[in-house]
Ligand binder design. Sequence first.
Ligand SMILES: NC(=O)c1ccc[n+]([C@@H]2O[C@H](COP(=O)([O-])OP(=O)(O)OC[C@H]3O[C@@H](n4cnc5c(N)ncnc54)[C@H](OP(=O)(O)O)[C@@H]3O)[C@@H](O)[C@H]2O)c1
Length: 213
Amino acid sequence: MKLAIIGAGNVGGTLGTAWAQKAGHDIFFGVRNPSTDKTQALVQKLGGKARAGAPAQAAAAGDFIVLTTPWPQAEAAIRSLGNINGKIILDATNPLARGPDGISLEIGHSTSAGEKVQGWAKGASVFKTLNTTGFGNMAEPIYHGVKSVMFVAGDDAANKPKVIDLVAALGFDVIDAGPLRNARLLEAHAMLWIDLALTRGLGRDWAFARVKR
Ligand SMILES: NC(=O)c1ccc[n+]([C@@H]2O[C@H](COP(=O)([O-])OP(=O)(O)OC[C@H]3O[C@@H](n4cnc5c(N)ncnc54)[C@H](OP(=O)(O)O)[C@@H]3O)[C@@H](O)[C@H]2O)c1
C-alpha cells in the first residue's frame, strides 16, 4: 500500500515507521521542508520504504493520506494537497487549545476537527482515527499481549473496512466508532488520555483497552 503521511513529527514519523516496518507499506512523507536533517534521517532509517517531498506530491502518490499536523496548521496542510478527489484521509489531529487552565479542546460540542477537515477536503472521504492515544502507543500498541484500542469514525461505509485494516496492521484492537460526527466523542476521548497522561501522573506508557463479556 502507498501511504502519504502529511507531517513527519511525533505522530507522522511513528506511524510511517510502524507501517513500513510492520506492514511493508511504502511511505511518502509530505512536509513543508523535506530537506531538514530530521526528515532526512527518518527517510534514511526506513531505507527504500520511505521518501519525503511536498504535501501535494505525497498526496498524489498515496492510496491513503494521513493527516498528522498540529491543529493550527491542519487547514493549510489540507489546502496544500492539490486534487484529493476520491482520496481517503485519516485524520489524527486533535483541536487542542492552550489556555491558563492548561490544554483543552478548541471545538467539540457542535463540530469537531474531523468534520472541519472533511469540510476542507471536499471530494475526499475523511476518517477520524489515531488521535486517542499517544504516539508511543502507536509504535507499541500491545501491552502484555493485550491490544490497546483504537477507534475509526467515518461516513464512507464502502472504504471503512480498508481503513480499519490499515489501523489494525499497527497492532491495535480497532472499533468502528460510527459516523464522522462521532469525531466529537473521539477528540474528547483523546483529551481524557492527554489529561491523565500529562496532568494526572499516569505518564505516556499506558493505554485504553476493551474488555467484554
Ligand atoms: N503527540 C501525540 O502523542 C499525539 C497523539 C495523537 C494525536 N496527536 C495529534 O497529531 C498531530 C501531530 O502531533 P505531533 O505530536 O506529531 O506534532 P509534531 O511532532 O509537532 O509534528 C507535526 C508535523 O507536522 C508538520 N507540519 C506542520 N504544518 C504542516 C503543513 N502545512 N504541511 C505539512 N506538514 C506540516 C511539521 O513539520 P514542520 O517541520 O514543517 O513544522 C511536523 O513534521 C496533532 O494534531 C496532535 O494533536 C498527537
